[in-house]
Design a protein around this ligand. Sequence first.
Ligand SMILES: Cc1cc2nc3c(=O)[nH]c(=O)nc-3n(C[C@H](O)[C@H](O)[C@H](O)COP(=O)(O)O)c2cc1C
Length: 139
Amino acid sequence: MLTRIIYVSRALSPMPLEIKDILLASRKNNPVLGITGALCFLDSNYLQYLEGEASTVNALYQKIEKDPRHSHSKILVHDQISQRAYPKWSMALLTWNEETKAIYRLFNPDSALDAYATDPASVPSLLEAWARTPNWMTL
Ligand SMILES: Cc1cc2nc3c(=O)[nH]c(=O)nc-3n(C[C@H](O)[C@H](O)[C@H](O)COP(=O)(O)O)c2cc1C
């Protein structure tokens, strides 16, 4: 059974080097685990999308949640999916720019670009809209 988890969390220190280490670990581990997804770094907050087999996704989330490089993780979406949205991304990275902010505002007109105020109902569509843009760093 395929599952997805979308959560937000607060970065401990918003150092680009830290993000690089997280991406390197993701790109090493996720293909072995059959996990795909996306990581967004938004003004010191993370918004991550994880998809894969339910037990694997749940176990990885438990591990990530305990990572001291972030805190206050809050699940926005945790549900079953019929197919992967990002089968080619072991973990792609997106950050704010004018285009990604404009798309965020379309889906969250009342949020002041605050990842924690992201509407859980529309966050999968927000990620799909972002995914159609070239603002991703992939390997
Ligand atoms: C915001 C955030 C997202 C992360 N995402 C992943 C991930 O998708 N896959 C992964 O293996 N580790 C991820 N990590 C890192 C894990 O918490 C952990 O450090 C890593 O899996 C350990 O890898 P290792 O056992 O190969 O050393 C993430 C950490 C943070 C802070």
